[in-house]
Ligand binder design. Structure first.
Ligand SMILES: [Zn+2]
Length: 708
């Protein structure tokens, strides 16, 4: 407490000290200070300080002081009787760029050992001139989550038991994971793959009262996923993930159980177990796995991409740490690649700027755009999970934890304090992610359905590299500046998209050297991991662009790609104008923006690819190699029988019955179509799917299509 020279000042200070002592029990429960103390507060003294405890942090809030340029947060250890038991530290500096709402400043104080008791004071500064401290508020911080006497809740990670001195080892992670799995009906742990050094890559599948039994059943629940540790030397998020898994598995909180009853949460704690064990950024070959999600040269990234294919999460966070002292607590960034659909970008931004910035301002965490310091990061590489997932129509964000305390958290010279602040800020973020997700499932699924329709339509230019701009947030924005513009240069743009890429037998099935010895995979295996449709034709393999991950296809198969997989041959559309009369397809026909005034018949062994076209109909295909129809209208029936390769019908309007029967080898995709008439599916092996994008069918939906 600073003493003032005026009599009135001394009087009010003494009164404040007296009142503070008696007011503490009430304040410890978040009550404002006594009105009398407020009336007699010193000039420019911070008033109305409240402290609310969270998991690993305490949210301080106060009434702003006119003219303050920033505030200092002081934290002092106290005993149970609130006598001071250790030295005070300035643990935080609140700056106006910290949050979107400066009229209600908040600061998430963090880094302390959970369960300790402190008192906090806050003072304003005018420039470098400090003003009087607030009356102190004391409180006991939350202990490590979970009743030590309740099975399951009593589990602790190595990081928790060592109070942040050690990160959780691989062995401890596996034991903890197995115990959570064993003790909770809400959790199933699945091994989605193995690292090069044969470490399991586990995933928590969490639902209430229990998680769905199969990937297909999980996909039907609009799941969300957190990828916790791709860079082995950025372990902060992983510790948060392990704690969150325990909380979700064993909590009695009605609100959390309600959320888990409405979705399935997937948590992949350690995709890069080898890198974590070695504390290295890359995997055991030195490969940066977050530059490999499109190319999937490595078994770790392949496992994750196959999980996305099978479990179909609709939203994601990807956890990292970031070594820049001047950025916010929690830099975030949406998928920016310009091939990502507008709705996926917009919804990701809504999750970040609409939700995280707003909730961060309430709880005291400083979310901001990644790259806000002007560094050349946060760009459009499709090899980065953030962009790969955007191109897979997943609403998602990068999460960085600022590595060091920096000027706004000056008490993090202590390593454990620094680690705890990072991991508990990640825990806050992942809980907010679940909250946002459950509250916004209709908006996220709508963006996803529109993204799948947009991509499958194969319309518009292809950008090989280039980002959407991130606009500066209105002042006082939660960051110094948006990330770099990263607009595509002309040589990174292809104005007229091809219909498909043709790969040779050698390109498709040939041995490759771009992967770890003994674990190298072919192009065929990687495209299968992505879940892409490929048509076997007489002279090779056709990869149509008219499919849900269209924006990613050229980035791997075009010779102009920056980090391509193979130089596929661009197949141009064969018909773009009007065709009068019947059309018989032999070989490969590709209709783009075409009008066919007559019926279409696809001969056995032929391939038809149609997008953005109008067909009088009927359309009949029997024994085709592949059948792709997107973003088109057919005034008549569509009958697709005994196709030997992919069948894709997305976002069409068909007046007449649609029948897909006896397809073999690949599950037909029927999504987002409007059918005036019945939809019939029989004898397809595997059965048709809709990727959770419903069809609108006026007639009966029968047999295998009954639920599409
Ligand atoms: Zn990273």
């Amino acid at each position: 407490m600073r003493y003032r020279r005026t009599t009135a000042g001394v009087f009010s200070t003494l009164l404040a000290v007296t009142l503070a002592a008696t007011a503490l029990p009430a304040q410890a429960h978040g009550q404002p200070a006594f009105a009398a103390a407020q009336l007699r507060a010193e000039p420019n003294q911070v008033r109305d300080l409240t402290v609310v405890q969270g998991d690993g942090y305490a949210t301080l809030a106060w009434t702003p002081v006119d003219g303050a340029t920033d505030y200092q947060i002081e934290r002092t250890p106290v005993a149970d009787d609130d006598t001071v038991s250790g030295p005070s530290v300035i643990s935080g500096v609140w700056r106006p760029n910290r949050q979107v709402n400066n009229s209600s400043p908040t600061f998430a104080d963090a880094g302390f050992a959970p369960g300790s008791r402190f008192q906090w004071r806050v003072r304003a500064r005018f420039g470098t001139t400090t003003q009087p401290y607030s009356t102190p508020v004391a409180g006991t911080t939350r202990p490590h989550w979970g009743d030590p006497n309740t099975p399951g809740q009593s589990l602790r990670t190595q990081w928790e038991t060592t109070l942040g001195a050690q990160y959780t080892s691989d062995v401890n992670e596996y034991a903890y994971t197995a115990a959570v799995d064993e003790l909770s009906d809400r959790v199933r742990v699945v091994e989605i793959g193995r690292t090069i050094q044969n470490r399991p890559i586990n995933m928590f599948v969490i639902g209430y009262p229990k998680p769905p039994a199969t990937p297909e059943a999980v996909a039907a629940t609009n799941p969300l996923v957190v990828n916790c540790n791709v860079h082995g030397n950025e372990p902060g998020d992983r510790e948060a993930c392990l704690i969150m898994a325990r909380q979700l598995a064993f909590t009695d909180d009605a609100g959390t159980l309600d959320k888990l009853s409405k979705t399935t949460m997937l948590i992949v704690p350690t995709i890069n177990g080898d890198g974590r064990a070695a504390n290295s950024r890359g995997n055991s070959t030195g490969q940066d796995l977050n530059r490999d999600y499109s190319l999937i040269r490595q078994p770790e990234t392949q496992a994750f991409v196959e999980m996305v294919r099978d479990y179909r999460p609709i939203a994601s966070f990807d956890g990292h740490e970031y070594g820049n002292t001047n950025t916010g607590d929690l830099p975030m960034l949406p998928p920016r690649h310009q091939n990502v659909s507008q709705g996926i970008f917009d919804t990701s931004q809504d999750m970040i700027e609409g939700h995280m910035y707003t909730e961060g301002a309430k709880d005291g965490w400083w979310a901001c755009p990644y790259g806000c310091t002007g560094a050349g990061v946060g760009l459009s590489e499709e090899t980065i999970l953030r962009n790969t997932l955007g191109l897979k129509n997943v609403v998602n964000s990068l999460l960085e934890l600022r590595s060091s305390g920096g000027p706004t958290r000056p008490d993090e010279g202590n390593t454990a304090n620094n680690r705890r602040r990072k991991s508990y800020s990640a825990l806050w973020t992942f809980h907010q992610f679940l909250t946002y997700h459950v509250a916004n499932i209709p908006g996220i699924t709508k963006a996803r359905a529109e993204g799948i329709a947009f991509q499958s339509a194969n319309t518009g230019r292809i950008v090989f590299r280039g980002s959407r701009p991130i606009e500066a947030y209105p002042a006082p924005h939660p960051g110094e500046a948006p990330p770099p513009l990263d607009a595509p240069t002309p040589e990174r743009i292809l104005e007229q998209p091809p219909c498909a890429y043709r790969l040779t037998e050698e390109q498709y099935h040939g041995a490759r050297s771009d992967g770890p010895a003994g674990r190298q995979t072919t192009v065929a295996q990687r495209l299968a991991a992505h879940g892409w449709k490929v048509v076997k034709v007489a002279d090779g393999y056709l990869v149509p662009l008219s499919q849900p991950e269209r924006g990613l296809v050229p980035l791997l198969l075009d010779g102009q790609a920056v980090e391509g997989l193979v130089d596929g041959e661009r197949i141009a559309p064969t018909l773009t104008g009007t065709h009068n009369g019947p059309l018989t397809v032999t070989g490969v026909a590709c209709l783009a923006g075409a009008t066919v005034r007559g019926p279409i018949r696809v001969q056995p062994g032929a391939t038809l690819i149609v997008n953005g076209s109008a067909i009088s109909g009927p359309v009949n295909a029997s024994g085709a190699a592949g059948f792709v129809l997107t973003d088109s209208t057919v005034n008549g029936p569509v009958n697709v029988t005994a196709t030997r390769g992919p069948v894709v019908l997305v976002d069409n309007r068909v007046s007449g019955p649609v029948n897909v029967v006896n397809s073999a080898g690949v599950a037909p995709l029927l999504a987002g179509n409007t059918v005036s008439g019945p939809l019939g599916c029989t004898g397809n092996a595997p059965a048709p799917v809709n990727l959770e994008v419903a069809n609108s069918v006026s007639g009966p939906k029968s047999s295998q299509c009954a639920r599409l």
